[in-house]
Design a protein around this ligand. Structure first.
Ligand code: GAP
Length: 513
């Protein structure tokens, strides 16, 4: 049983961070210097899982679509790109400082945390009632009739209405007033001695060129999308692309996030997988719906139950969008955004045409007219997808013999290693036979050879990194060329001929279509 669903955020992050570090998935950046907030390094197993997610996305988006091609634009871009895109003027978060602790917070997150505490009270009340009423408990009825729960829900609704209303109107004074009215204190100093709320730009700036040449401020890109927009014409012309077509890109993005305490959910340096799909104006809503469904299908193809995903359609849209949705994932700390699908109209191309003076249009041979294409964007954070898979997979199990195991039930296609090859003992020619089997599988699958420790301990280690299959080589193997294959999730073992291994592994890791 994945037992995260009963934990609070803090407990969850503690557990997951510890497992990620202990098993070489994720380390704090510059660990020997005690880390750097909201920056992480991927270890030997993490880098494989991350690469597998990236490849799974690339295959679905580029390899499986004739009309989508790839791109790898540079991280540094001409500074005017970010003027045109609106990031210089409007890529901000509201922040507030506590004058006593000198700590800086995102003002909206302070309020959201306050609401989360009320939500926790509701959950506790539900748990208490569950215990009290036993099997007769009807949760739906309880949360819609219990006076205390209803009062807390109303409180959340009022606060959220006021917060998001103030954010919408950029009413920073009212956000501060809300923090004061709720009596929110700084978690460090415990005081209410707050500064005014100010807007804080999230882009990292640096200088390019030597001073003699005239230094220029450049930004580390806060999204990969703009690299696609500025290359729209290059790709369309050289690839002779016909609308509708898409350009896909994966790569690093950087944001100076003020809140830095959610492990890899919100990082300062992270990776995005984005695709911009260029369409004829007037057809964008149809394409938006299609990409919404396509992207959900991609998530479901990994075999994680559908109830863990939901759409959150945006009611209030950014000024350049005419439709937008988030695909949310049921993280152990609640449903949160994993991916965005946005209908961005012709805003970006038009702005770049205006700022660069270049015509960024398409001549449509079918209608005999030129127009600025409209764009549907799909944008997913690779690290956030990693966290979704990692937290879903982490399972603590009590076994029949009373022992316990931690098993990472990762979708097999994403697992760092597909198969572990384990000689039962380190003698009698078993290691040589195991190496021979590994040689035959290694080109097609990530294999790990292990001969140290008891077989039980080796199974546990493979469970903890999510290896779907373990192949054990014993004395019988030398006689009849058969091995045992152990399944990570069921722990069942079957005896098969070595010649069948290739097909068994292939079937195991093949995703649902
Ligand atoms: N081009 C559109 C865009 O960047 P976004 O909603 O700001 O949209 C897209 O980001 C996705 O990138 C998010 O759904 C999330 O998965 C990921 N993401 C955004 N900020 C992140 C951060 N600080 N750390 C990790 N992932 C992040």
């Amino acid at each position: 049983m994945n037992n995260f669903k009963t934990m609070n955020q803090e407990e969850f992050f503690k557990k997951i961070t510890a497992h990620a570090k202990e098993y070489g998935f994720i380390f704090p950046s510059s660990d020997i210097y005690d880390g750097l907030a909201a920056v992480y390094d991927y270890g030997q197993n993490g880098v494989e899982l991350k690469k597998n997610i990236r490849e799974y996305w690339w295959k679905a988006m580029v390899q499986m679509h004739e009309n989508i091609v790839g791109l790898d634009a540079a991280i540094f871009m001409h500074p005017t790109v970010w003027k045109a895109s609106g990031h210089v003027d409007a890529f901000n978060d509201p922040m507030i400082d506590n004058k006593d602790s000198k700590k800086r917070y995102r003002a909206d997150v302070l309020v959201e945390d306050y609401m989360a505490k009320i939500e926790e009270k509701i959950n506790k009340e539900v748990e208490k009632a569950k215990k009290r009423f036993g099997d007769a408990f009807n949760e739906e009825q309880f949360v819609t009739t219990n006076a205390r729960v209803l009062e807390w829900k109303k409180e959340i609704e009022t606060i959220s209405h006021r917060l998001y209303g103030a954010m919408e109107k950029n009413d920073l004074a009212d956000i501060k007033k809300l923090i004061e009215d709720l009596g929110i204190v700084c978690p460090i100093s415990g005081t209410r001695n707050w500064t005014d709320v100010r807007q804080f730009n999230l882009m990292f700036a640096t200088q390019i060129g030597s001073l003699a040449e005239g230094a220029n401020t450049v930004y580390l890109r806060p999204e990969t999308a703009q690299g696609i927009f500025v290359n729209y014409l290059n790709v369309q012309k050289t690839g002779r692309m016909k609308i509708p077509f898409g350009i896909a890109q994966t790569g690093k993005a950087f944001r100076n996030e003020i809140v830095a305490r959610q492990f890899i959910f919100r990082m300062r340096e992270f990776e995005q997988m984005e695709m911009q799909f260029f369409v004829r104006p007037g057809t964008e809503i149809e394409w938006f719906k299609k990409w919404k469904e396509e992207r959900l299908k991609w998530h479901l193809s990994l075999g994680i139950p559908a109830e863990n995903y939901r759409f959150h359609d945006h009611e209030k849209l950014a000024h350049y969008a005419n439709a937008a949705t988030d695909i949310e994932f049921n993280f152990p700390f609640g449903f949160k955004e994993l991916e965005g699908v946005h209908s961005r109209t012709d805003y970006d191309l038009s702005r770049h045409a205006e700022f660069s003076g270049k015509k960024l249009q398409y001549f449509d041979p079918e209608t005999n007219e030129s127009y600025t294409p409209y764009v549907i964007e799909t944008s997913i954070g690779l690290d956030r997808m990693f966290l979704a898979m990692f937290s879903y997979a982490y399972t603590e199990e009590k076994l029949e013999d009373g022992s316990e195991r931690v098993v990472m039930k990762l979708p097999p296609i994403l697992a760092p290693y597909k198969v572990a090859i384990l000689p039962l003992v380190k003698k009698d020619g078993l290691p040589e036979k195991a190496r021979e089997i590994m040689d035959n599988l290694q080109y097609d699958f990530m294999c790990q050879y292990e001969e140290k420790d008891s077989i039980g301990k080796r199974y546990r280690r493979q469970d903890a990194i999510g290896t779907p299959l373990c192949v054990t080589v014993d004395n019988q193997t030398l006689e009849d060329n058969t091995v045992t294959v152990r399944d990570r999730d069921t722990m069942e073992q079957i005896r098969v001929n070595v010649d069948e291994l290739h097909e068994i592994i292939r079937k195991k890791i093949s995703p649902k279509r």
